[in-house]
Ligand binder design. Structure first.
Ligand code: NAD
Length: 452
């Protein structure tokens, strides 16, 4: 058998196993992306093993419980009954057919990509790699990561001289590599996960085919692209598009406030255009693991090509400034009541980075709370999803949730996240002053409300 036919036969074997639901699927990184993926594969009758370095997560899953609010423990129990288990033992990767990596890709303190989670995973995986296995990276990252960072470690550190299958290089000892970005929109229930098309870019055609077969078993549509880099760039384009457009409406909101216009009314009117306009909404600043972070992966990589991504930088500047605008608005609103921010009691409503989700990462609420405290405000918070706020990557606020009662005791109630559980009419009725960063009080008329 020639190396090419041997590699084709490995790919065909794996595709057949996938079609017959005999392929064993590993998901590395059981967070917001990895755990739902585990459940999707398990629902489709695959035997799934989850890998994580966080022992608490492994123990929680072993007890049939869930650590993600929107994932019901019953779903974990069903998956467990179908054979799902979680482990920190990477040697169990030897038995797997497909390995999907969903580890974090944050920025470091200098706003540069921190790929340490990907490289740590690659180092831990490599000794256990087997011929014919498919490795897919899902973590959002700059174009080139799969080929320049992941593959070299896997090739160098595996124990059987295995090589990633490429058009220019095939051997009997191939493994297959692809990149496929995650497109989940937390809290959005309007599109079923299966209906979100899955972009896949393999290192070669065979890798693309096998990865397409793997994802085709849980997603209704797979969109193949020519390379892992094209797939990596696709994800960044999607998120940069959001980031830049949010910055645009944030800037236009600041102008509208000066001009005495209501930007929300304007966006609503513009949205009636049946073509060429997609609405984006202003807010107190960007949050979440994706939009505030991912664009900087590209601007960092662009420097290698002597290129400045000016739209990304400008959008970053505007979006990063929004929490400061919120503070200025609170100061101005209190000033109208002849009160200084220093010593005022401020209740922050909603700390999650967006409505109806249990995710605090990069939330502008954390920056806002810190800025308020620096100015001497006495800050409390309420959020149905967070009984307390502990230590995060940037902040260590150590606060406990305040019940939503006696709102008249606060000098200002500041709406940062517009959770749909809140009764905004009641809040306005009870509070002395409401500063609203999200238009949550739309339709309520009251002199107590300051929209900013
Ligand atoms: N959360 C989202 O909505 C979303 C959407 C699209 C893309 N993404 C991308 O997906 C990736 C994962 O994001 P997430 O939100 O699931 O992160 P997360 O922090 O919720 O989960 C990551 C998990 O990986 C584990 N982990 C870290 N290092 C590991 C290692 N070496 N081996 C095994 N496990 C390890 C962590 O313990 C954690 O459980 C990121 O690149 C992110 O940018 C996230």
């Amino acid at each position: 058998m020639t190396p090419r036919t041997a590699s084709t036969s490995l790919a065909n074997d794996l595709k057949t196993k996938i079609q017959n639901r005999q392929a064993k699927v590993a998901v590395i990184g059981l967070g917001y992306v990895g755990l739902p993926l585990v459940l999707l594969y398990s629902e489709q009758k695959f035997l799934v093993t989850g890998f994580d370095i966080d022992q608490r997560k492994i123990d929680t899953l072993a007890s049939g419980a869930s650590y993600i609010f929107r994932i019901d423990p019953a779903e974990i129990q069903v998956a467990r009954a179908a054979g799902f288990s979680a482990t920190a033992d990477y040697s169990r990767l030897r038995d797997m057919d497909a390995i999907i990596i969903c580890v974090p890709t944050p920025l470091n303190e200098y706003h540069e990509p921190d790929l340490s989670f990907i490289t740590d995973t690659a180092h831990a995986m490599a000794p256990h790699l087997q011929p014919g296995q498919l490795v897919v990276l899902e973590s959002t990252t700059y174009p080139g990561t799969t080929e320049e960072v992941l593959v070299p470690i896997l090739e160098k550190e595996n124990s059987s001289n295995l090589k990633a299958a490429r058009a220019s290089q095939t051997s009997e000892n191939d493994f297959f590599v692809a990149f496929s970005p995650e497109r989940e929109d937390p809290g959005n229930t309007s599109v079923a996960r299966r209906d979100i098309p899955k972009v896949v870019g393999g290192l070669d055609v065979q890798a693309s085919d096998v990865a397409a077969a793997l994802y085709g078993s849980i997603f209704n549509r797979v969109v193949p692209v020519s390379s892992p880099s094209a797939a990596e760039m696709t994800k960044l384009l999607e998120n940069i598009y959001r980031c830049v457009n949010i910055a645009l409406v944030n800037e236009l909101k600041l102008l509208s406030l000066r001009m005495g216009l209501d930007i929300w009314e304007v966006i609503e009117a513009a949205s009636t255009k049946p073509f060429g306009f997609h609405p984006f909404y202003p807010g107190p600043g960007l949050g979440g693991h994706c939009i505030p972070v991912d664009p900087f992966y590209l601007s960092w990589k662009a420097k290698e090509w002597d290129f400045r991504t000016r739209f990304i930088e400008l959008a970053g500047e505007i979006n990063i400034g929004m929490p400061y605008h919120v503070i200025a608005s609170v100061v101005a609103a209190l000033n109208q009541k002849r009160k200084p921010l220093n010593g005022s009691k401020v209740l922050v409503l909603g700390v999650a980075y967006k409505r109806d989700i249990d995710d605090l990462r990069e939330s502008p609420a954390l920056t806002i709370i810190e800025l308020l405290q620096k100015e001497g405000a006495v800050v409390s918070y309420n959020d149905p999803y967070f009984p307390s706020i502990g230590k995060g990557r940037k902040y260590d606020l150590q606060m406990k949730r305040t019940p939503l009662e006696h709102l008249e005791q606060y000098d200002c109630v500041l709406i940062v996240t517009d959770h749909s559980d809140y009764n905004y009419k009641q809040i306005v009725q009870d509070a002395q002053l409401v500063v609203d960063t999200r238009n949550a009080t739309k339709g309520i008329r009251s002199e107590k409300i300051v929209r900013c």
